[in-house]
Design a binder for this molecule. Structure first.
Ligand code: ADP
Length: 177
């Protein structure tokens, strides 16, 4: 695949990820997988109580890994739950954040999912600086797309315009590198 074809599969948009009719939406969960605030709370509210019931059967998820459930009342068929690092300014933060994106895409490919929506993992309560997180996310997404041919479209859904612009900058920086 050409570099252009790869980048055409990455879309950025501002909005609410709970409204995305993708094969899977990614949840920035905490390690209990039992719900929380931010995007996690929004996904659980929109999916309904059956999502929490399925999450209870999973026994949590370590930082950097991913788990999959059904999407219940969401327009998305599946939810891929991943646990981002709490930002501490250490090299391990970047490795863990990258692992989140890679492990989500690996799971999506194993389930033969074609369209996936990501939020800005770790960029809320977990405090990851958006510009650094965006660069890591875009690179990991590009690598995932080159590994897994079955994935047709990845949309990163940003809640704020500021976050969207940070992602736009990261995307053009990597494309022009
Ligand atoms: P974390 O604990 O991983 O930092 P948060 O949920 O606090 O997770 O924040 C992650 C990102 O998700 C933040 O950039 C936040 O603005 C964004 N966010 C919150 N709600 C939604 C939503 N409904 N759709 C898309 N993004 C959201």
């Amino acid at each position: 695949m050409t570099v252009d074809a790869l980048f055409r599969k990455i879309a950025l948009q501002q909005g609410d990820i709970t409204r995305m009719a993708a094969d899977a939406v990614v949840n920035a969960a905490n390690s209990t997988l039992l719900g929380g605030g931010g995007v996690d709370g929004a996904i659980h509210r929109a999916a309904g109580p059956e999502l929490l019931a399925e999450c209870r059967t999973l026994g949590g998820c370590p930082t950097g890994e991913a788990r999959i459930t059904r999407g219940y009342n969401l327009p998305a068929r599946y939810v891929i739950h991943t646990v981002g690092p709490v930002y501490r300014g250490l090299p391990a933060d970047a490795r863990m954040l990258s692992a989140c994106y890679r492990n989500c895409l690996k799971l999506a490919a194993a389930y033969q999912l074609e369209t996936i929506a990501f939020p800005a993992i770790s960029c809320g309560v977990y405090g990851y600086p958006i510009a650094d997180a965006a660069a890591i996310a875009i690179e990991a997404i590009r690598d995932g797309l080159s590994l897994y041919d079955s994935i047709r479209q990845i949309t990163v859904v940003l809640f704020s315009g500021t976050d969207l612009r940070a992602y736009e900058r990261a995307l053009s920086a990597l494309r022009n590198r």
